[in-house]
Design a protein. Structure first.
Length: 201
């Protein structure tokens, strides 16, 4: 083990919750204090740093930051990895880990964690796109049984309800769209041409 590095397995604290904990000191005098992660890790790369984690029930902010940070690190490589494991409570876990000698990668991760103090999102446009796509995928799973008209009904409901695209906000729109699809307005009565008013030519 390189001197000055704390193995990830020793960072697990009893009773901790899953997720990333922003470091207490933004100056980061030592890299050993940069990442104090609350997620337990028992993988094969025990000397690597956990710089982000997510699980099945993670909020969209955490999932977006995980994806953006992985992109900033250049994706998976010999010194950057995503390790996956099953979990009895949350289904699955993913750890974004960086090898200790990847100083550039650790600096990128440190800068990302430091930015959380000012704003919780690494990339607002990525987060917005993630929520938008997931909202439509979720709406499709709930409404597609009504046929092709579900998308128009959901789009109108989003505008009428004035709600956002986060999972906890789209339920009113889904319920409104379901109501509209289950109880469509009656078709207009046919027009009798004999009852049309006559206009002089």
């Amino acid at each position: 083990m390189l001197k000055g590095y704390v193995p990830i397995r020793r960072m697990c604290k009893r009773g901790s919750e899953l997720g990333t904990n922003p470091p207490a000191d933004a100056r980061f005098g030592r890299l050993t204090n940069a990442f104090r992660h609350s997620a337990c890790y028992w993988g094969e790369r025990g000397e690597w740093y956990i710089v982000a984690a997510q699980h099945r029930d993670s909020e969209s902010i955490d999932r977006s930051n995980f994806a953006v940070l992985l992109q900033k690190l250049g994706g998976e490589s010999e010194t950057v990895a995503v390790e996956r494991a099953s979990h009895w409570a949350v289904g699955w876990l993913e750890y974004l880990i960086v090898r200790p000698d990847n100083r550039k990668g650790l600096r990128i991760a440190i800068e990302a964690h430091s930015s959380y103090y000012d704003y919780p999102l690494l990339d607002e446009s990525h987060h917005s796109e993630l929520e938008f796509n997931e909202a439509w995928e979720f709406a499709e799973s709930e409404l597609k049984r009504f046929g092709d008209g579900w998308a128009d009904a959901f789009g109108r409901a989003i505008e009428d309800e004035g709600c956002g695209y986060s999972t906890d906000q789209i339920w009113p729109a889904i319920e409104a769209a379901r109501e509209a699809l289950e109880n469509p307005p009656p078709p207009p009565e046919p027009i009798d041409p004999n009852q049309l008013p006559l206009f002089p030519l």
